[in-house]
Structure formats: structure tokens, C-alpha cells
Ligand binder design. Structure first.
Ligand SMILES: Nc1ncnc2c1ncn2[C@@H]1O[C@H](COP(=O)(O)OP(=O)(O)OP(=O)(O)O)[C@@H](O)[C@H]1O
Length: 510
């Protein structure tokens, strides 16, 4: 216990106070004499900032780049979001772009601050990046351990620790955590989606010989969009609405106990836009395409591995399902490999069951598209209700479809004096959008193109009349396999068309 006699006398206390005051005044004078005025201002403002921060009602949230050894999703999302929030007060930005990326990435530079406002709450963002050299090295000058450190860096790299600091009034803590952060995550998802480069995955070159074929990928640079597709507007709208509903229904699919997948069957003559529609869907949803050429797959096991290697939010396309491979009957036993020309050892039922079952339940947001030129030749198993959710008929060109092409190819967005005649011809002759598009590309002169199209359609009509009346359309001409895009193909049976390159032919611009 402290007694009164232990306390310093008033004169001792006064002497101590006088001595501290004198030292303080001496320090202050020295500070003013040696430290330049701008540095003084900076130190004082820093002092007051720290003082203010620790004594007011501000709350700081720290979002590290790494959570232990794994990346922190929040950091990546926030980084993306911040790139759209730069303003004239921003002093320094970092720009990056890898060879595979189309867009330039904008990031904040060290110590940059950004002010964001959400529901009238001011939120200040600060980006901090700290680097320090890694000292523990082996004899070759490299660090001994190969395990990434807690910043996720390989040990021979500089340690870089990056984080965001958000500061705002403490009273808004709940709004920021429960509303603002989910909002930032949603926004960054949309930004990521907009930046996403859609890919086309095809079987690797050695797929046919490999026991376990693999996917190769390239950027899908097909410019097809719903707007440019020559289709009936009502059909386009129905399909787009269906896609919109599908991607929004994660919880619904879960609640009804179904895999989150959707199947579309596109059927119609060659050149009516089935591949273009697939590209338009991929561009619209930003889903990658997996183009599965069944001809290049030998066994059920290889097929399963390929399907399991596909990612979520993707479209699995099997083109020309009726003729791309001789699928054995669904109830038949596999054909012995020594008797089958292609060693095919998988069945249509195996493929369908796997797609319906395991494959689709292993992932989310899967779309599967089959295409065919001959719906009537399809195995009934494919047409069974519930298997393909929508059957989309890609038909010969209608007047509405033609107007879309005229707008896209010739920029004619109003009535043209040739339209009446073209409408009459399209009503009596079957022309594919591919054929008409070809005519519309012949010159830059719209009148000349439409005149050429009229002649083309009249010629087609004449040939068709001759074929129907049993006369020889091209007297003297040699009989050839011909181009099966002519509507006459429906009247004269042709040999089965075997596709070799599928979507690759259409999509890869060399
Ligand atoms: N409906 C359409 N709208 C706009 N362009 C089309 C349409 N159909 C065809 N085209 C044009 O014709 C070209 C070939 O069409 P596409 O390959 O999409 O037809 P397809 O039905 O898939 O043919 P195939 O059955 O031979 O694969 C496209 O690149 C496009 O320029």
C-alpha cells in the first residue's frame, strides 16, 4: 500500500513539470528549425489522420488477396469492381493483358484510394501492396522450399501481399456487409461475364487414336447474334425467353429435383442457320461450346471422360446426330470391334443415359444441343418427351427472315421496291438463308444485289418446275452428287452426308 510519505513533495512535482515543459519547448523549436515546412505539414496531417481514425466511429474491413494458401474470391471480385470505379481523382492505375485476353485489365496502383457511395453511405477503398524479398535461399540462390508461402507466391518470387481496406462509419456495418458486399459481388460477376471470351472446345488432333481423348480449345470469334439471325421474330423471342428463364432457375431446378440442364433439338435443311444459332446462343449466354464429334470417339469410357471434362455454363453440341456416326440401335449389343469399320463401342442409349443422368447432375447450367437435317431419321429415344426440351425448326427463308438479312447485309431497314417481288418468289420457292446471304454479298450496290437475288430465285423456281414435271433441268450436264443445299434434295434421295469438321468449319476464321 502506498503511504502519503511515498508521494513526491509539491516542490519536486513542480520541478519535474518545469523540466518536461522545457524539454518539450526545446524539442518543438528544434523540430521547427530542422524539419522543412512541407514535411512538418505531412507529419501533422498523418498524425491527425491516425488520431481521427482510431478515435472516431470509422470501421475498417480488410480484404486480403489470399486466405491461407488459396485465393480469396472476395479480393478478385473487388479488384474487378474497382476497375470500373476509377474517377478523375485517381492518380495511378496498373494495366495488364495476357496474350489470351482480349481486354486490357485496369487495376489500382499501390496506395490508390477510391470513394464509392452506396445507399448514401460513403465507403472509402484503399489498395495496399507490400513487397519484401525472400531471404531463405539455398546454395543455388533459390529458396529451399517449393511450397507456396502464405501469400501464394512461389518462394523464389518476391513476397507480395495485397489487400483492400474499406472504411466507413461503424453505424453502417450491417448495410455494408449484408447489402453492399453482395452488390459488389453481383456487379463483378456481370463485369466478368462481359469480359469473358467464349471458347470453342473440340477434340484434340490425336483423339481418334487416343484411348482417352481430350479437348483442345480456341476462342470462338463467331459474330452471330440473335439480332442478325434470319428467323421468325416470334421463334427468336420464344428461344431467348426460354434461355433467360433457364439461367435464372437454379433454385427451381433444385427444388423440383432435376439436373440444371436444358436440351434443344435444331432441325432443318443445310444452310438454314443451325450452327449460326448455336453461336448466337453461346454469345448471348457467354457459354463455352463443346463440339462433340462422335466419329472421333471409340468407346463409352472415352465418351464419359470427355463429357466429365466439360465445364459448367457450357453448351455440348452434337451436330448431325443422325449421320455423324452409325450409332447402334439402343437395345442392340455393342458391335464387335473386328466387324465394325470404326471400332465404335458405344450406344445411343449409353450416350443418352449418361447425358441425362450422371453427366448433367455433375455440373450446373448445362445446355445440350443436337442438330439434324432429317428429324424423321432420328431414334425415337431422342424425341421422347423430356429429353430435348425444345424442338426448333430452322426453315427455308421467310419474308421476315429476308428483311433481317437485307438489314444486316445491305443496311436496308425500310421497304425497297424489289421486296414485293422477292416476297412472291420466296412464297413459291425454297431458298435457304445461306443461299440468299451469298447473293446479298455479291456487290456493295444494294439494287444490284437485290436484282441478282430476284434472278437467282427465278432460276431456282424454273429448275424446280422442271424437276417436278420430270424433265431434265440441265440437258447435257453430267450427273453429279451436286450440292445438297438445293431444295430439290428433299425430292431426290441423296447419299448420307457425313460431316468431318462440324462447327470448326464454320467458327474458326483462319
Ligand atoms: N438463319 C440464318 N440467319 C442468318 N444467316 C444465316 C442463317 N442461316 C444461314 N446463314 C448464313 O449461312 C452460313 C451457313 O449457315 P449455317 O452453317 O449456320 O447453317 P447450318 O444449318 O448449320 O448448315 P449445316 O446443316 O450444313 O451445318 C452462315 O455462316 C450464315 O452466314
Amino acid at each position: 500500500m502506498v503511504s502519503l510519505t511515498d508521494l513526491p513533495s509539491p516542490s519536486t512535482a513542480y520541478a519535474a513539470y518545469a523540466s518536461i515543459s522545457a524539454s518539450f519547448m526545446l524539442l518543438q523549436t528544434t523540430f521547427h528549425q530542422i524539419v522543412p515546412r512541407p514535411v512538418q505539414d505531412f507529419l501533422l496531417s498523418a498524425f491527425f489522420r491516425i488520431f481521427k481514425r482510431t478515435n472516431t466511429s470509422l470501421l475498417n474491413l480488410v480484404i486480403d488477396q489470399f486466405d491461407g494458401m488459396s485465393r480469396n474470391d472476395l479480393f478478385d471480385s473487388f479488384e474487378l469492381y474497382m476497375s470500373t470505379k476509377t474517377n478523375p481523382k485517381t492518380h495511378r492505375l496498373k494495366l495488364t493483358k495476357s496474350s489470351k485476353e482480349k481486354h486490357i485489365n485496369i487495376k489500382l496502383a499501390q496506395s490508390e484510394k477510391i470513394m464509392d457511395v452506396f445507399q448514401d453511405i460513403e465507403i472509402k477503398w484503399l489498395f495496399i501492396c507490400e513487397e519484401s524479398d525472400n531471404s531463405a535461399r539455398n546454395s543455388s540462390g533459390r529458396p529451399s522450399s517449393k511450397i507456396p508461402d502464405d501469400f501464394g507466391n512461389r518462394p523464389w518470387q518476391f513476397k507480395t501481399k495485397q489487400w483492400f481496406e474499406l472504411s466507413f462509419e461503424k453505424v453502417h456495418k450491417d448495410v455494408v456487409i449484408n447489402s453492399y458486399i453482395p452488390y459488389v459481388l453481383e456487379e463483378s460477376k456481370a463485369i466478368r461475364n462481359a469480359k469473358k471470351v467464349v471458347k470453342l472446345h473440340t477434340l484434340a488432333n490425336n483423339a481418334y487414336f487416343a484411348e482417352t481423348p481430350a479437348w483442345d480449345s480456341i476462342n470462338l470469334e463467331h459474330p452471330s447474334t440473335f439480332e442478325k439471325l434470319a428467323m421468325e421474330p416470334s421463334e427468336k423471342k420464344a428461344l431467348r425467353d426460354d434461355l433467360d428463364l433457364f439461367v435464372q432457375r437454379k433454385e427451381y431446378y433444385k427444388s423440383v429435383g432435376r439436373a440444371w440442364k436444358r436440351g434443344y433439338l435444331l432441325y432443318g435443311p443445310p444452310g438454314t442457320g443451325k450452327s449460326s444459332l448455336i453461336a448466337a446462343i453461346a454469345n448471348y449466354l457467354k457459354f463455352d461450346i463443346y463440339d462433340l464429334q462422335l466419329m472421333n470417339v471409340k468407346h463409352d469410357s472415352g465418351l464419359r471422360k470427355l463429357l466429365l471434362a466439360t465445364a459448367n455454363r457450357s453448351i455440348l453440341v452434337i451436330e448431325d446426330i443422325d449421320c455423324s456416326v452409325e450409332l447402334p440401335d439402343r437395345n442392340a449389343k455393342p458391335v464387335p470391334s473386328d466387324r465394325h469399320p470404326r471400332d465404335v463401342q458405344f450406344s445411343l442409349s449409353g450416350l443418352l443415359n449418361f447425358i441425362d443422368g450422371l453427366w448433367s447432375s455433375c455440373g450446373d447450367e448445362r445446355i445440350i444441343i443436337f442438330t439434324t437435317n432429317h428429324k424423321d431419321r432420328l431414334d425415337p429415344a431422342l424425341l421422347r418427351p423430356g429429353r430435348m426440351d425444345m424442338h426448333i425448326h430452322m426453315s427455308y427463308l421467310t419474308m421476315n427472315g429476308f428483311k433481317t438479312l437485307a438489314s444486316t447485309y445491305l443496311e436496308i431497314n425500310h421497304q425497297h421496291w424489289r421486296f414485293r417481288e422477292i416476297e412472291q418468289l420466296l412464297g413459291s420457292v425454297e431458298a435457304t438463308p445461306a443461299e440468299v446471304a451469298e447473293e446479298l454479298m455479291r456487290t456493295c450496290d444494294a439494287d444490284a444485289c437485290l436484282g441478282g437475288l430476284v434472278n437467282f430465285l427465278k432460276d431456282k423456281k424454273r429448275k424446280r418446275t422442271i424437276v417436278e414435271s420430270g424433265e431434265d433441268a440441265n440437258p447435257g450436264a453430267e450427273t453429279t452428287d451436286g450440292d445438297d443445299t438445293t431444295p430439290g434434295v428433299e425430292l431426290i434421295p441423296k447419299a448420307k452426308k457425313i460431316k468431318t469438321n462440324g462447327l470448326q468449319d464454320v467458327f474458326c476464321h483462319k
